[in-house]
Design a protein. Structure first.
Ligand code: 4AD
Ligand code: MG
Length: 429
């Protein structure tokens, strides 16, 4: 019977098993060959010994290349000397798919080789652990939203007008007319709330962002949500709950993987409540650090790093000036210089992980803001149309999956959180 590597410690001594997987390493001592056999659940040591295994199996084991796929028949031996305390003594080795060449990835090769060979590198136990943590995190996102009465919606990826400014749009030739890859599904979610009230989605977003930082991808996975009949306070509480629950749940689900990576998720960093400061107060912090932070500056990567280093838990930055936030942000009726917006910065200098705010629900105000940004209302016809038929106050936000992972498991770069990252300098493999 086939057993997974992680199940073997539960087997009895002498129990006959089959294990299927890939040869991670092989060590030969005369008529004894040790194979570290890897499957999706872990690595198990297999001993192929003359006399126990048949000659053909021993011969195969002696020469088989790394990463060949094999099937082992044998029996379980609990042995404290084996990694994991259990070993499979092979009676028969069968090759499923032999490696045709020597495996190109060795200890000590640089980051470029690893990313050029990402299709192979993802087999390593560390990347496997990381991908499982990512899967756990996305599972936790779905669990959270569904438990809070949100409906999942799937929105288009090919669109006709910018959500987050024209400068970062990827153009697509759509049967001879111009289209783009979406930067955010926000506008479609704003339409969906009139049907479902509370919606969310997990989809890729695209940004032709030239910024070569450790936090920018050109394709990232975007968790977005939109809520009808809601204000800034509700938005902030919704984001706080999401980030808190998702980080706690990911930690619970990922015990084994975190051990493999040698990482710890600092759950104390998501204790509620998170901090809340207004843009204006953030300028004060920047000035204390010697920056010439004038009203109206955008809070870029460097500024975020300074601000978020001041806090040991996430901090909401609210009330950004109207000039620095996209046209759809509602102005504060008590101070029209600022928007009812909220970004969430992760602590320890990690910077923005969530961006969101209150949307304009008034028809005239929306048109005025579109014009203020020198955009063409004709490009936003259906979006404006929503304000003509039962418009209600509403809020929404977007959260980057890779940014969250970079923060909670201390990745050097968001690209490390992707199966196949896309950055300004990488579109292969
Ligand atoms: O702040 P952003 O640009 O907000 C929006 O797109 C809104 N329309 C979302 C909404 O309200 N529905 O992006 C939201 C989040 C950021 O906080 C960040 O976590 C992530 O998306 N993000 C990126 N992650 C990786 N690489 C990039 N280039 C990213 N751009 C944004
Ligand atoms: Mg933002």
């Amino acid at each position: 019977m086939r057993r997974r590597a992680e199940e073997l410690h539960k087997c009895n001594d002498g129990e006959e098993v089959e294990v299927w997987g890939w040869v991670r390493n092989r060590r030969r001592h005369g008529r004894l060959v040790f194979i570290d056999l890897r499957d999706s659940t872990g690595v198990v040591q297999v001993a192929v010994k003359g006399g126990i295994a048949d000659d053909e199996s021993l011969e195969k084991a002696s020469s088989i290349r790394k990463e060949s796929a094999i099937k082992i028949r044998g029996y379980v031996v609990h042995d404290p000397r084996a990694p994991g305390g259990v070993e499979v003594r092979c009676t028969k080795l069968e090759v499923i798919g032999e490696s045709l060449d020597d495996y190109p990835l060795r200890k000590g090769v640089g980051a470029k080789v690893l990313y050029d060979n990402r299709h192979l590198y993802i087999r390593s136990p560390k990347i496997t652990a990381l991908l499982k943590i990512r899967s756990n995190l996305i599972g936790a996102v779905h669990e959270h939203f569904r438990s809070k009465g949100f409906y999942e919606v799937d929105c288009p990826t090919i669109i006709t007008a910018a959500v987050e400014g024209g400068a970062t749009l990827f153009e697509v030739n759509y049967f001879g007319s111009r289209a783009y890859l979406t930067q955010s599904v926000q506008f479609y979610q704003e339409a969906a709330i009139y049907s479902l009230e509370k919606v969310y989605s997990v989809q890729p977003s695209f940004r032709a962002e030239k910024s070569r930082t450790t936090r920018h991808l050109t394709e990232f996975w975007h968790v977005e949500a939109e809520l009808a009949f809601a204000d800034l306070e509700t938005l902030i509480n919704t984001v706080e709950d999401l980030v808190h629950n998702v980080v706690i749940r990911t930690e619970e689900l990922s015990e084994k993987e975190l051990k493999i990576l040698g990482r710890k998720i600092r759950t104390e960093e998501v204790e509620k409540p998170f901090f809340r400061i207004k843009y204006e107060e953030a300028l004060g912090i920047l000035r204390e650090h010697g920056l010439d932070a004038e009203w109206g500056i955008d809070i870029g990567a460097d500024e975020e790093r300074i601000i978020s280093s001041e806090f040991d838990r996430p901090v909401f930055l609210t009330h950004f000036p109207r000039e620095v936030k996209a046209f759809y942000h509602r102005l504060d009726p008590t101070d029209r210089r600022v928007t009812l917006s909220a970004d969430l910065l992760a602590p320890r200098g990690n910077g923005e992980i969530v961006g969101g705010g209150v949307r304009i629900h008034d028809y005239d105000e929306l048109i005025e803001r579109i014009r203020e940004f020198q955009l063409d209302p004709n490009d936003y016809k259906w979006y404006i149309d929503l304000r003509r038929f039962g418009s209600v106050p509403h809020v929404g936000f977007g959260m980057g999956i890779e940014r969250i992972l970079k923060w909670i498991i201390d990745l050097p770069h968001v690209r490390a959180a992707c199966l196949f990252p896309r950055t300004t300098t990488r579109i292969y493999p």
